[in-house]
Design a protein around this ligand. Structure first.
Ligand code: GTP
Ligand code: MG
Length: 380
């Protein structure tokens, strides 16, 4: 990890750890989370299949601690959700790594119908294998577990929608509550995803470990949105993202979009100009995203500082944040608030996949880990 990335991760991680120790504030391991944890533990031995939903960007950091005591088995599937946000080749490597260690693993994008269709077929094949001769006469219960905000409820909704349609169920479509904020689901709820034979999935509240002792784990959870932004300094979080972006290859892919600044100077139709004026403050508009990419690319590629010098790389990050005021059309007269606005918009674009695909957990080296059972147990 580059030095400035490590320094920022350390600062953010320390703030999260501090907040996690202040139990009275209720930010961490709230009473509802403790109750959910007990309810999930009671149900694990009773359900047919457990889907451990993890965030594909952090396949290791987002593991669900309570499952650590169970060895890999055909009753447990690790689902790497938000596959659309992760680096594609590293996702493949992570899946091979898990399979190499006998852990069933599947990458999915819960917002994509085709991906859900494939996953549903895979799930039913696993259930058939599990139930064998009993398959046609039995009802199957599948429980989704995981840390907050990994997409359990979106996955449940998508499976319920597609499963219900393909099973020609006439019942009313139900919805699990979904939110970009963590800790939205408060109760365990059941949804039907197949008929003849019946398959039900249980959506559960996200549960974090009562204590996390590694700062890097905390900072990755904060960046991916697993824990609330109010626990950390959002400017530091935005800087942390920029340090990851600058040390990756992702921004270099934007070069072809902006050859010789053409994108800026091409003439636009009246309609286009009107639309640009109307939606100027909406940072999710394609033309704003393009401006953001161009500014980040131009600052990073024209920067002549020493990448090994922490002060130089922090200067680049400051230049990029400065340039983003214009790209996001944020006026500078709001003082501290305008900087916060820029940082929030930047984090939102990163978290919705508009600024590249990053896998923050490196895939372990097969050979060096193969002999260490305790380390593999920690990962799987
Ligand atoms: N890009 C992308 N976003 C996703 C995907 N799945 C979920 N999300 C987004 O992630 C956020 C959290 O989704 P939820 O389904 O509420 O997460 P959860 O695990 O149920 O969260 P808790 O109930 O708080 O534990 C929402 O903004 C979703 O739109 C996915 O596959 N890809
Ligand atoms: Mg939920």
């Amino acid at each position: 990890m580059a030095t400035e990335t490590a320094i920022l991760a350390g600062k953010i991680g320390a703030a999260v750890m501090q907040a996690s120790m202040n139990k009275a504030a209720g930010w961490w391991y709230s009473p509802h989370m403790a109750a959910a944890s007990r309810a999930i533990a009671e149900r694990i031995p009773l359900v047919d299949l457990v889907l451990e939903v993890r965030d594909a960007r952090i396949p290791l950091t987002s593991r669900f601690e309570p499952l650590k005591v169970y060895p890999p088995s055909s009753r447990r599937i690790v689902v790497l959700n938000k596959a659309d946000l992760a680096n594609r080749s590293q996702l493949k490597e992570w899946i091979s790594y898990m399979e190499h260690h006998k852990q069933i693993c599947y990458g999915v994008n819960s917002h994509n119908e085709k991906s859900i269709h494939k996953f549903l077929n895979f799930l039913q094949a696993q259930i058939r294998l599990l139930k064998k001769l009993d398959y046609h006469n039995s009802t199957t219960t599948v429980m989704l577990v995981g840390i907050p905000n990994v997409g359990k409820s979106v996955l449940v909704n998508s499976l319920h929608k597609i499963g219900r349609i393909s099973a020609a169920e006439k019942g009313k479509l139900r919805h699990a509550t979904v939110s970009p904020q963590p800790c939205e689901t408060k109760d365990i709820k059941s949804f039907k995803i197949a008929s003849h034979p019946n398959v039900y999935v249980l959506d559960t509240p996200g549960v974090l470990p009562p204590l996390i002792s590694e700062v890097e784990v905390c900072s990755k959870l904060a960046l991916t949105g697993t824990i609330s932004d109010c626990l950390v300094d959002e400017k530091e979080l935005a800087q942390y993202f920029l340090s990851i972006l600058n040390s990756s290859e992702e921004y270099k892919k934007w070069a072809e979009l902006f050859t010789d600044g053409e994108a800026e100077h091409t003439s636009h139709s009246d309609l286009e100009m009107k639309s640009k004026r109307r939606y100027a403050s909406d940072h999710t508009q394609a033309f704003v995203v393009d401006d953001v990419r161009r500014n980040l690319y131009e600052e990073a590629s024209s920067f002549h500082g020493r990448s090994a010098d922490n002060r130089d790389t922090m200067r680049l990050i400051e230049l990029q944040l400065e340039a983003l005021f214009g790209a996001f059309r944020v006026p500078r007269d709001l003082g501290e608030d305008c900087c916060l606005k820029v940082c929030r918009k930047l984090l939102n674009l990163y978290r919705t996949g508009r600024l590249g695909h990053y896998t923050l957990d490196p895939v372990p080296n097969y050979s060096s880990y193969a002999s260490s059972f305790s380390i593999i147990q920690d990962i799987i």
